[in-house]
Design a protein around this ligand. Structure first.
Ligand code: C2E
Ligand code: CA
Ligand code: CA
Length: 943
């Protein structure tokens, strides 16, 4: 086997093949030999038989004749001629005749002779003729000839076999040579590769060898790359290790590493110094021996974090307040932490413990702690410590149900002293003041400096307000005493605001804020005094603030919308536009009107926000109406004074306009109140001018209630005056109001301004206003403000009062005015009586109102009416109607008083009926009066 291993490929192939060929060749030769033997033997046999057959008759004849010589000759001849015949003998009883071939030279090797196996043999035949026996003929064969024949043949075969083997040999050698050269190259390359990883083999030879070559090259590539990466990794690991080592040696913290069992493996110089162990001594020692720590306060031995880990703790927190006891007994305050070192698979193979000397840090912390909580100048607690103390004081007050005062004190006139004498003197003064205060206060009180000349006082465990006041007064008195400064003797006083807890039950921050507010009040009240915070007033303010916030949120959440109230031109009987009135659509309360939200936002920026909202909404509404064909409808937007006078009002306006380029500016009107204009008339006038430049018209709202003087009106170029509704409301009842309305109308005519009456509710008011020359009106009498969606259908249904056309184009005569009043009185009188029925009791005002109208109507009928219209039939026909109405009204009131409500209600129908007829009469009286010029025609009876 070992021999086989040592054989080269060639011999491994060649030997077995050769052996196989030899074996099969030998077998074939063997078979061939056997065949030949049988063949040759039978040929010999046959030849002997032929010779016997030839010789027999001759012998017989010779015996008969006795010619023995011939027989002899014949025998010899036969032997001579037939090479396979070795001997021929004729044996008689009497003797014998023999012929023998001369001995033949042996040509076949002896071994082959034996191998071929052809033996010499003889045949004997009786010689007979005619039944007579002439002796016996014995013929012996000579096998040598056959043997050499076979030998020759075998030799030929062996030769051919040898040839085949040779040819095979050559062929194999040829094939192997080519393949082996490729293999040899591979072998060489492999050897070379060890020296040079760049070595690659040239791929050739048989397919398998090509594969092998390719595989080798691929493997070589990989090996080369891997080796390169390995080298790089090693280089970086070495570098890192070096870096780590340097870091470890140079960091300011002590570092000790251990193995998984907690035995020290590494230590840096800081650790060496702090523990008193050298690395060499420490390596292999248990950590607890090298790193000995105790708790700072209790002095009990502390377990180091690695030991904790080893005992199974899952996380080790940073330890603080630990003392490291070094080998020579030195103690160092340290902080430490530990972390396991893990192999990539997560196994822990060691720990690293990091600790540092924190003694200095601690000292610094203490110092910083003091600085952080105290004022450097006065050494008093500062704001942050105060917050602490205040919290504690509140808690103590809560526990003990004790009164506590929180005061904020500010020196009066400190700044001038500081400016005049310089900061050094200022600081001196502050220190002295702080000292005086500390003297005055009780030891349980807290005095803190907030900064500048502001101090906070916290007085705990008070029994009454008086006690606090007494302390504060002493404090103020003491502070007011002269200060002996280096520069001069200075005098300053202080103002103090304070609040009492728990009467003012708020959080500490708010307590301070309240004290601050009270301090400002004290300042405003003349300084050098204290002032107690008014919690109630503050609550109101806070409520106000909260509402403001809620409203602001509602505004930004889109809960606001605009309602529209129509403005009509009574002379033309058409709607000219609308006033936009803000509404808050409250999710729970429904529609909320401006009176409930305006006071909270009017004077702050929310008012401006509402203004912007109103402007944009109105403009978008204008666009809508323009599109639906209502091109002549204007929209008037109310602008709060705060917004109107704000510097960015015009920007807001322009921006709103630019958002709705389709809306003509001419359709927009702005309504401002006098107060917006009066504060800064110059500015107001420029804004109004700017609005005009944009094409927008302006109205002065609520005109008449303010201080508007002629000169204002002259300088403020507004386009429209809106008579305030308070005058319109009572225009029929109050001659003063009537005078104002007339004056405003006259004024607007004078200055060429349009005039609009608002708050017009009664039909007579419209007519009166029309007659007075104010043909623009707005009020519940026409329509209440309505949501945008309702406007167009309202406008489609609306019809102007027919009375307007009647009165529109005629010259008003003041003498006919009482007729209008009479009509109004009658309606109001009936209205009041009917109203009474809905309510249980008559209020004194209702009582007077009813009487007022009844009386004035009666008066008119008797005097002015009789005098002016007495000649007209219509007037005379009114008499019984009037009497009947009067009687029914009184009857209803009586029934009502007696509690007979049902009966009273029945009468009410009758009264309504009478009212209609009466008003009809008054209307025709008016028409008649108009037709006749209103003058009494005493000469001609009325139609
Ligand atoms: P204003 O500008 O004088 O508006 C007229 C007020 O009178 C409206 O009250 C209107 O509903 C009411 N009114 C109209 N006709 C009659 C009437 O015949 N009888 C009576 N008794 N009242 C009538 P509203 O809508 O409650 O608004 C109140 C005030 O709130 C407005 O007075 C206006 O000054 C202010 N306001 C309304 N909307 C806005 C707004 O969008 N912005 C600003 N800044 N103020 C607004
Ligand atoms: Ca208005
Ligand atoms: Ca108004």
């Amino acid at each position: 086997m070992s021999l086989w291993r040592r054989l080269s490929l060639f011999w491994r192939l060649f030997l077995p093949i050769t052996l196989l060929i030899i074996c099969s060749g030998s077998l074939r030769i063997w078979v061939f030999l056997n065949e030949e033997r049988v063949n040759q033997t039978s040929t010999l046999q046959h030849s002997l038989e032929v010779a016997a057959a030839t010789l027999q008759p001759i012998i017989a004849r010779g015996a008969i004749t006795g010619d023995y010589a011939t027989v002899q000759a014949q025998l010899e001849r036969e032997v001579r001629l037939r090479p396979y015949l070795a001997r021929a003998e004729w044996r008689l009883e009497s003797g014998q005749l023999v012929a023998e071939s001369p001995p033949v030279q042996q040509t076949v090797p002896v071994w082959f002779d034996r191998l071929s196996g052809i033996q010499a043999f003889e045949i004997s035949n009786r010689v007979e003729l005619g039944g007579v026996d002439y002796g016996e003929l014995i013929l012996s064969c000579n096998p040598q000839r056959a043997q050499s024949l076979i030998w020759d043949r075998v030799l030929a075969r062996v030769a051919s076999l040898g040839g085949i083997i040779l040819a095979l040999f050559a062929l194999l050698a040829l094939i192997l040579r080519t393949s082996l050269s490729a293999l040899t190259r591979l072998v060489d390359a492999s050897g070379q590769f060890l020296q040079d990883h760049g070595t690659r083999v040239i791929v050739g030879g048989a397919r398998e060898i090509q594969h092998l070559g390719n595989a080798f090259n691929a493997m070589a590539d990989e090996v080369e790359a891997t080796l390169k990466a390995l080298a790089e990794a090693q280089a970086s690991v070495e570098k890192e290790a070096e870096l780590n080592q340097v870091t470890l040696m140079s960091i300011g913290e002590g570092v000790i590493t251990t193995d998984a069992a907690g035995l020290v493996t590494q230590m840096n110089p800081v650790a060496e110094q702090l523990t008193g162990w050298s690395l060499a001594e420490a390596v292999g020692k248990p950590l607890t021996e090298v790193f000995h720590i105790v708790r700072e306060t209790s002095r009990e031995v502390a377990i180091n974090p690695i030991t904790q880990r080893l005992k199974g703790a899952r996380s080790t927190k940073l330890g603080t307040g630990l003392l490291l006891i070094s080998r020579d007994g030195n103690q160092t305050l340290i902080e430490d932490s530990a972390a396991p070192i893990r192999a990539e698979n997560g196994d822990i193979f060691g720990y690293v413990l990091v600790f540092s000397d924190v003694s200095e840090k601690r000292a610094l912390q203490k110092k910083i702690g003091w600085q952080a909580t105290h004022d450097a100048l006065t050494q008093l607690p500062n704001r942050s410590l105060l917050a602490d103390r205040l919290k504690q004081a509140v808690a103590r007050s809560d526990r003990g149900q004790q009164l506590m005062a929180v005061g904020l004190l500010d020196l009066d006139e400190f700044k001038p002293v500081n400016d005049r004498l310089g900061h050094a003197s200022g600081d001196q003064l502050l220190k002295l003041a702080a000292g005086r205060m500390l003297e005055t206060l009780r030891s349980t009180d807290t005095l803190a400096r907030l900064g500048g000349d502001e101090f906070v006082l916290v007085l705990t465990d008070l029994t009454s307000l008086d006690e606090a006041e007494a302390i504060f007064q002493r404090l103020l008195d003491r502070l007011a005493e002269p200060y002996n400064l280096d520069a001069e003797v200075a005098r300053v006083t202080a103002s103090l605001g304070f609040t009492l807890y728990p009467l003012d039950q708020v959080d500490p921050d708010t307590l301070l804020r309240h004290a601050d507010e009270a301090m400002y009040t004290a300042k405003h009240a003349g300084r050098n005094r204290y002032h107690l915070f008014d919690a109630q007033h503050d609550q109101k303010r806070q409520l106000h603030q909260e509402r403001t916030t809620t409203i602001g949120q509602a505004l930004s959440n889109g809960q606001f919308e605009l309602f529209y109230q129509p403005k009509v031109d009574m002379r033309q009987g058409r709607v000219t536009g609308f006033e936009a009135l803000a509404r808050w659509r409250h999710p729970e309360r429904g529609i909320v009107s401006p009176a409930e939200f305006l006071p909270y936002i009017e004077d702050n920026d929310l008012g401006s926000a509402l203004g912007r909202f109103a402007l944009e909404t109105a403009l978008s509404q204008i666009v809508d109406w323009q599109r639906s064909g209502h091109r002549d409808w204007s929209v008037a937007v109310n602008i709060a004074p705060h917004h109107f006078t704000a510097p960015d009002f015009l920007d807001d306006l322009r921006q709103a306009l630019s958002k709705f380029p389709e809306a003509p500016a001419e359709s927009l009107e702005l309504e401002i109140v006098e107060s917006a204009a009066i504060a800064d008339l110059e500015h107001a006038a420029t804004v109004v001018d700017a609005c005009h430049d944009l094409g927008i018209r302006l109205a002065l709202d609520d005109f008449g209630v303010g201080y508007a003087s002629l000169s204002y009106l002259k300088r403020l170029p507004v386009d429209i005056l809106k008579i305030d509704q308070s005058f319109v409301r009572d225009v029929l009842d109050d001659s003063g109001d009537l005078a104002v309305v007339e004056a405003v109308i006259a004024l607007s005519n004078l200055f060429g301004r349009e005039v609009v009456a608002e708050g017009v509710e009664q039909a007579e008011q419209y007519v009166l206003l029309l007659r007075l020359g104010c043909h623009m009106a707005q009020g519940y009498g026409i329509a209440r403000p309505m949501p945008a969606y309702a406007v167009t259908s309202w406008a489609a249904d609306w019809e102007p009062d027919p009375a307007w056309t009647v009165w529109a184009d005629n010259q008003w005569e003041m003498s006919d005015f009482p007729l209008l009043v009479a009509q109004y009185d009658h309606r109001r009188w009936v209205q009041s009586i009917l109203q009474v029925l809905d309510e249980k009791h008559l209020s004194p005002e209702q009582q007077t109102l009813i009487e007022h109208h009844a009386l004035r109507l009666a008066e008119w009928y008797k005097n002015h009416g009789q005098h002016r219209y007495g000649h007209l039939a219509t007037f005379r026909e009114m008499e019984p109607l009037y009497a009947e109405a009067h009687r029914t009204g009184r009857e209803i009131l009586r029934l009502h008083r007696e509690g007979r409500l049902e009966e009273a209600k029945k009468q009410a129908h009758h009264l309504t009926d009478l009212k209609i007829r009466m008003l009809d009469s008054i209307a025709s009286l008016q028409r008649e009066a108009l037709r006749t010029g209103g003058a009494p025609k005493r000469t001609k009876p009325a139609v």
